[in-house]
Design a protein around this ligand. Structure first.
Ligand code: MN
Length: 426
């Protein structure tokens, strides 16, 4: 097997599977006498064979290029699998559809993936790959040869499994690159650090995509830059971001917050490459956050809990009426900003709670985590204690959120304060 070139006046669709009767001329030129399309019931089998032989000829890195630690090495076999799949898809002209989560991490991941394989990219702000999404992708894929669906920064959770199983039944191969709590995804290629070790969500989807792209030959500098922006967006230090990366992540978060669905990768690239436009968006984004943070801080209440030598500060503030749904900034951005200001002034243990009309956002610093507190545990406890008033919630140790019925928000916050103080007194 090998790669050959030929010319023809026949019309052949991109990515089609054909058989050629002809002679091999010179080194890799094929003189075609007869060209036929391969019946669709045979393409799958043929594709498997071609893929297998192509895999051995791919030139991939032999270790992680961006971060080389025990975690990235544990993820490496799957990183290689996905890099191979994507490079082969590119060579064979497969129809690749890419859905990325609408935030800086998701966009950086999509930038990286689209740099190694030609694809149609769609932003998605919902974190759930629904049955509706699956039906749309399946109907798009109906007339395509060997469609490949790639999902970045969402899609591996339990709530997505119905949509994914539809994709599988329709024969659409799927790759998921995610770092949110995974559910069961049998028969789907899933790269997720949480499948390797609990609590490792700091290996963000955007970072993983950059590691895949770097393995497949993307320039190292560009891959590092994108990975650092992705990490800045998701508050990770796996690839340590500088202040420039933080600013870029903020601009991408700002842009994605204003666009709910669509193919915006080209537009995002344009903004990042246009210094003037970038600066003016960055200023607007920054102003939006700092203004809302200032107003919310004016309403802030601090509760000091002292248990023997253990001390915990709990900051609570309402964002009600300060923000507009679906616009910049959202309540988690503002809560994070206030949290960061508070711990910059005083690094002692802090639990920071911001609330909008129906959601409660929690941020904890290292000191609070060392006291045994976890945002995820607190969210779980609230779900248990007030099941009729809590609609959902979760997160990890340092960050989490709870969605509650409007009339219950105040009560939930009071209970959170009580729960946190009881927890550290244990
Ligand atoms: Mn992410």
């Amino acid at each position: 097997m090998g790669e050959y070139f030929f010319q023809t006046t026949n019309h052949i669709t991109y990515g089609a599977c054909i058989s050629i009767d002809g002679e091999i001329k010179e080194s890799n030129f094929l003189l075609a006498n007869k060209i036929d399309s391969v019946p669709s019931d045979q393409t799958k089998e043929l594709f498997g064979k071609i893929k297998k032989s192509m895999k051995t000829n791919l030139n991939l890195a032999n270790e992680p290029k961006l971060v080389n630690d025990s975690m990235s090495r544990a993820l490496w076999p799957k990183i290689v699998d996905i890099a191979q799949e994507l490079l082969i898809a590119q060579k064979l002209g497969r129809a690749v559809s890419l859905r990325f989560h609408g935030d800086a991490d998701g966009v950086c991941g999509a930038f990286a993936i689209s740099s190694i394989v030609r694809c149609k990219a769609f932003q998605q702000n919902s974190a759930i790959y629904s049955v509706r999404d699956a039906l749309r992708d399946i109907s798009e894929a109906t007339y395509l040869a060997l469609p490949l669906q790639v999902i970045v920064d969402f899609g591996s959770g339990e709530s997505c499994s119905e949509g994914l199983s539809l994709l599988k039944s329709a024969g659409v191969e799927t790759i998921i690159i995610d770092h949110h709590p995974p559910g069961k995804n049998d028969g789907i290629l899933v790269l997720n650090p949480l499948l390797v070790e609990e609590g490792k969500s700091q290996y963000t989807a955007g970072y993983l995509c950059c590691e895949i792209a770097a393995a497949a030959g993307m320039g190292l500098e560009k891959a590092k830059e994108l990975a650092a922006i992705a990490c800045a967006g998701d508050k990770s230090k796996v690839v340590e971001p500088d202040s420039g990366h933080v600013r870029k992540a903020m601009v991408l978060d700002f842009l994605t917050a204003h666009t709910s669905f669509g193919n915006n990768l080209d537009f995002y690239k344009k903004v990042m490459d246009n210094p003037e436009l970038f600066a003016s968006i960055a200023n607007q984004a920054e102003e939006g956050i700092s203004e809302a943070a200032k107003k919310a801080t004016a309403r802030m209440k601090i509760t000091n809990i002292d248990v023997g030598s253990l001390k915990l500060r709990i900051a609570t503030f309402s964002l009600d009426g300060l923000l507009t749904k679906g616009e910049w900034p959202n309540s988690s951005k503002v809560t994070t900003r206030i949290f960061e200001q508070l711990i910059a002034d005083d690094p002692s243990p802090l639990l920071c709670i911001g609330n909008s009309d129906r959601s409660i956002i929690m941020r904890l610093n290292d000191g609070a985590v060392e006291l045994g507190l976890s945002a995820n545990d607190l969210a779980e406890k609230m779900k248990e204690t007030m099941p009729d008033f809590i609609e959902g919630g979760g997160g990890h140790a340092r960050a989490g959120a709870i969605r509650a019925k409007e009339e219950a928000v105040k009560e939930v916050i009071a209970l959170l304060i009580k729960e946190a103080s009881e927890k550290i007194s244990l």
